[in-house]
Design a protein around this ligand. Structure first.
Ligand SMILES: *[C@@H]1O[C@H](CO)[C@@H](O)[C@H](O)[C@H]1NC(C)=O
Ligand SMILES: *[C@@H]1O[C@H](CO)[C@@H](O)[C@H](O)[C@H]1NC(C)=O
Length: 719
């Protein structure tokens, strides 16, 4: 307890002189005071600047002390040296709003972030810098990473945003979940970690750096834990605090998968269990998940919604009772914070699956945690002179070691139901996207098959592979009716096959298996046949050792089987390439671009044709409820409003999986409490209010499959 007294003295002497952030084995120390900090992740580009103040206020009302965010390099530097800190990427504004609300910020610079974000946040152009190899002891990578990290740190410093400067940032992060990669690659990984730690430390931010999920994080970096539970984690040095940087409040959704949820009783249990075991910092990942607008979703097949079953839902509304129950937990932790920061717990074991943790510093205050780990049975526990009742899988927190202020499984917060109420339908016009001809000037002829990203540099999801195939009139299949079998092997992620401009089929992969094979008998004619393959990416990999080397697109082989000659290999013949769609080149999703072509309307609107652009205009509904498009019935494509990308839609990709009953008790994993099996993985697509004008908003969709837009409705989200 000597340490504590010393700190109290410290506090009086130094706090008036200079704001400081440091740490010891118990906690982060801000201005001489140890703190138990509750934090939540809100990623600024996953909402709009107009939403930020309300999200931050709801985080504060929910009892958070800190808001944590990643920094999204590929959003900030879309091409080398060309920076973007505007709009949703206005990082300084976001941090200043956190400060104005009286909260702290935890800035995870990365700059690799994972985050179900395209390419894990690294710019695609970075891959093509000569000699580049990501996240290892590689000079080009280290130079680029240092340059961007310095840029961000200097920007924060010049705005006085670090705590010692009077700002809100109390902590940063370098790299992200590097442990598993280092384990994989060995020595160069170790050298890189050391370099990253040293580089970051040298930037002299005046606040601690963390390295999450990295057991060997070099001093003075604090290694921290990410997971559903972290009570068993201990930092790598006895003088570092025990921190939980990502407590997963739910899980992401993939196209083709159901919607994961996590019961709040179990989240509160994970928090209480962590805190009673010396934990002093908990960050909810996510506190507000938000939306992967445009083409920012990454990791393959990640949905546009990044709701995450977070305490604040995708639309910015409270997800009750999750938000309220955690607020009650946070106010309880605040109540007992003086005891928690001043003593180690004394642990006793009153029965099987039962524990009592008592924090009783000399000052006379006292806090106790009574735990019942049994997943099936409730428990009666005697403590002091009182009997306490604990539901299964729950922890009670006692103020003054007497009053039960909170039990993780006893929810007092209200439950609310949300619904989507239709407020508008549309009259559509159409524009047909044609398969290009290899004669067009913007096609590129090459021998053989090329990896998709190498050709598109991710300027578009779409890459055409075009070839011509000569068929002799003497082929036997003309007489026996056995059309040849076309087989196309692709590294992913989706593929539309056209033969002589007629759609022959569509195939797609999944997050677990992005590779795909098209194999179908195709109707060919005598003479020249056009084979047009539209390969579609659905977000780039965000995780895995050297994920930058993962392939996308058609790498072959491509064969035609059942000709007189046997099987013809088309893999090494001439292929022409065209990046993107005509409609993208014309900017059909923008106001100017959309008026550059003739759209069909009325009775001649395109009927069930693949690759069709649809547009309409609409007025914003009155009120301020959040809005969304109900895309049920549509195939796959993208949506824009007034030129802003809402994201990829794919309601035809239905949720496969197991949606069995969900109990809050017992160890949770992301497959445990799934919902909406058999329904679209994502049906509703958020359109932020601030993107709308009162009248004449331009809504454009590009539909790949040929579904009719007649059922699309604008809906309000109401409680
Ligand atoms: C808390 O930390 C102290 C000091 O490191 C240690 O002795 C004790 O075992 C820890 N208690 C728990 C419950 O983790
Ligand atoms: C990328 O494309 C270029 C031609 O544009 C080619 O020379 C190079 O070999 C390709 N690289 C890979 C890895 O496919």
């Amino acid at each position: 307890m000597k340490i504590v007294l010393f700190l109290v003295v410290c506090c009086c002497v130094y706090s008036s002189i200079k704001a400081t952030v440091s740490y010891d084995d118990k906690a982060i120390i801000i201005n001489g005071r140890r703190r138990i900090l509750m934090s939540g992740s809100i990623h600024y580009p996953r909402s709009t600047p107009q939403m930020w103040p309300d999200l931050i206020k709801k985080a504060k009302d929910g009892g958070l002390d800190v808001i944590q965010t990643y920094v999204f390099w590929n959003g900030h530097e879309p091409s080398p040296g060309k920076y973007n800190f505007e709009g949703r990427y206005d990082l300084v504004k976001f941090i200043k709003l956190i400060q104005e609300a009286g909260l702290y910020a935890h800035l995870r610079v990365g700059p690799y972030v994972c985050a179900e974000w395209n390419f894990g946040g690294l710019p695609v152009w970075l891959k093509y810098v000569p000699g580049m190899s990501f996240r290892t002891d590689n000079e080009p990578f280290k130079i680029a990473m240092q340059r961007f990290t310095e840029k961000i740190v200097n920007m924060m410093k010049s705005e006085n945003l670090f705590e010692p400067q009077g700002g809100p940032i109390i902590m940063s992060q370098i790299e992200n979940e590097y442990g598993p990669v280092e384990w994989d690659i060995g020595a160069p990984g170790k050298a890189y970690s050391k370099w990253a730690a040293h580089m970051a430390d040298g930037l002299k931010t005046g606040v601690p750096w963390i390295m999450c999920k990295q057991e060997d994080a070099p001093d003075p970096m604090i290694d921290t834990c990410n997971g559903f539970y972290c009570e068993k984690f201990t930092p790598n040095k006895p003088y570092k605090p025990k921190m939980f940087t990502e407590l997963w409040t739910g899980w992401f959704t993939e196209f083709g998968g159901p919607i994961p949820t996590r019961p709040v009783e179990d989240i509160a249990y994970a928090v209480a269990r962590f805190i009673q075991n010396n934990g002093s910092f908990v960050n909810y990942y996510m506190y507000h998940g938000g939306t992967n607008f445009g083409r920012t979703a990454g990791g393959l097949f990640i949905t546009t919604s990044y709701d995450y079953d977070a305490p604040i839902d995708e639309y910015g509304l409270l997800n009750e009772p999750k938000w309220g129950h955690l607020r009650d937990l946070h106010s309880t932790i605040k109540l007992v914070e003086p005891a928690l920061v001043s003593a180690y717990p004394t642990v006793t074991y009153p029965g099987k699956n039962q524990e009592i943790h008592v924090f009783k510093p000399k000052s006379g205050i006292c806090a106790a945690f009574l735990s019942n780990y049994d997943p099936h049975f409730s428990a009666r526990m005697k403590f002091g002179n009182t009997q306490y009742h604990l539901p299964p899988w729950s922890i009670s927190i006692l103020h003054s070691c007497k009053d039960e202020v909170f039990n993780t499984a006893k929810i007092k917060a209200p439950t609310t139901q949300k619904k989507m109420t239709p407020v508008g339908k549309f009259r559509w016009q159409s524009y047909k996207e044609e398969a290009p001809s290899s004669e067009e000037s913007d096609t590129l002829a090459m021998i053989g098959l090329y990896e998709q990203l190498n050709v598109t540099r991710d300027a578009s999801d779409y890459l055409w592979y075009l070839a011509e195939v000569d068929i002799s009139p003497n082929e036997h299949f003309f007489t026996n009716g056995q059309f040849p079998l076309l087989t196309v092997m692709s590294a992913g992620h989706a593929l539309h096959v056209f033969i002589n401009n007629q759609m022959a089929g569509t195939v797609w992969g999944s997050l677990k298996n992005p590779k795909l094979t098209f194999s179908q008998n195709v109707k060919l004619r005598a003479g020249v046949n056009k084979i047009s393959l539209l390969s579609v990416s659905v977000g780039l990999a965000n995780v895995g050792t050297h994920f930058e080397t993962y392939n996308v697109g058609i790498l072959g082989p491509i064969t035609l089987k059942g000709l007189n000659e046997g099987t013809r290999d088309l893999t090494k013949q001439q292929w022409s390439y065209k990046v993107g769609l005509n409609g993208e080149t014309l900017g059909l999703h923008t106001l100017d671009g959309s008026s550059s072509v003739e759209w069909l309307q009325g009775s001649i609107v395109a009927q069930k044709q693949p690759l069709t652009w649809y547009k309409t205009t609409f007025n914003a509904p009155k009120g301020n409820e959040p809005l969304a498009f109900d895309m049920n019935g549509m195939g796959k494509g993208q949506i824009w409003v007034n030129g802003e990308g809402l994201g990829r839609y794919w309601p035809a990709n239905k949720a496969h999986g197991n949606c069995d009953e969900c109990s809050y008790t017992g160890i949770y994993n992301e497959n445990k409490c799934n919902r909406y099996c058999g329904d679209p993985s994502q049906r509703w697509y958020h359109v932020p209010r601030s993107w709308l004008k009162p009248n004449d908003n331009l809504l454009v969709i590009f539909e790949e499959w040929g579904s009719l837009p007649d059922w699309i409705t604008l809906v309000k989200r109401t409680i």
